[in-house]
Design a protein around this ligand. Structure first.
Ligand code: ZN
Length: 241
């Protein structure tokens, strides 16, 4: 009976198509439910994810909240009211990375916040992470990695051990190059609707790529791989209508 329920659920949700036209296995509500479970698992794993407390770091959170508010005001956001859009800072200066769970829970490492040279650059990164959540890339990657049945089972019958494993691996979740291209493109579209300079997003990648060199020291570039001519393509999108 349980198997039948899972199969019927699978058939039902497999017919869904997201607003951006992508074929998708999950509904947006399920994205949010999965994101909430993962956010809970992250907040109970301080060894992997030492979260900065909002009350103790008000200025850092105020900066990120301001940026996120501007980005979410963009006309290009598809799921403004259906996702959580919650920001968290992870206190680890040695990691220059950021990630977004399904359902819009965004995590930014202090190492990345210290690497950026302006609020405009930080806005570029937040916009890119919002794109991964809003375009539901995070769900696609988790589905590829763990299988749809496993994720559905998590929603119906929470397995805390598996949730903890998936939560711990989120920082290493690597997007496809086509998802990266799309996230870069949408990030620029959002930024154009804000007071931020979208060219700073290209500057950020240029500087990170130059400093990364052969050492591959920046985790952001390994989980958000260059889809090819990244800096040029971002600049072209800035100039596009
Ligand atoms: Zn990315």
């Amino acid at each position: 009976m349980r198997l039948l329920t899972v199969l019927l659920t699978f058939l039902f949700i497999a017919c869904g198509t997201s607003k951006d036209g992508d074929f998708t296995m999950f509904s947006v509500e399920e994205d949010l439910a999965l994101g909430q479970e993962l956010a809970q698992s992250i907040s109970s794993d301080p060894a992997n994810y030492p979260l900065l407390d909002r009350a103790e770091s008000p200025s850092s959170y105020a900066l990120l909240d301001r940026i996120l508010k501007h980005i979410l005001s963009s006309k290009n956001i598809l799921h403004r009211d259906e996702m959580a859009w919650e920001l968290h800072i992870i206190d680890n200066d040695s990691i220059q990375n950021a990630f977004c769970t399904p359902g819009g829970f965004i995590y930014v490492y202090t190492g990345l916040m210290k690497f950026v040279e302006s609020e405009d650059e930080l806005a570029g990164i937040i916009a890119h992470e919002v794109a991964h959540g809003d375009l539901r890339h995070s769900t696609d990657q988790l589905t590829k990695q763990y299988g749809i049945q496993v994720l559905i089972a998590l929603l119906t019958d929470s397995d805390t051990r598996l949730l903890a494993d998936i939560g711990a691996s989120l920082v290493q979740l690597t997007y496809s190059r086509s998802d990266e291209s799309e996230a870069d493109r949408y990030a620029v579209r959002y930024l154009k609707d804000t007071p931020y300079n979208p060219t700073a997003f290209a500057d950020f990648f240029q500087r990170m790529q130059e400093k990364d060199g052969d050492l591959g020291m920046f985790q952001f570039l390994s989980t958000h791989p260059d889809p090819g001519n990244r800096v040029e393509k971002i600049k072209e999108e800035v100039l596009a209508n």
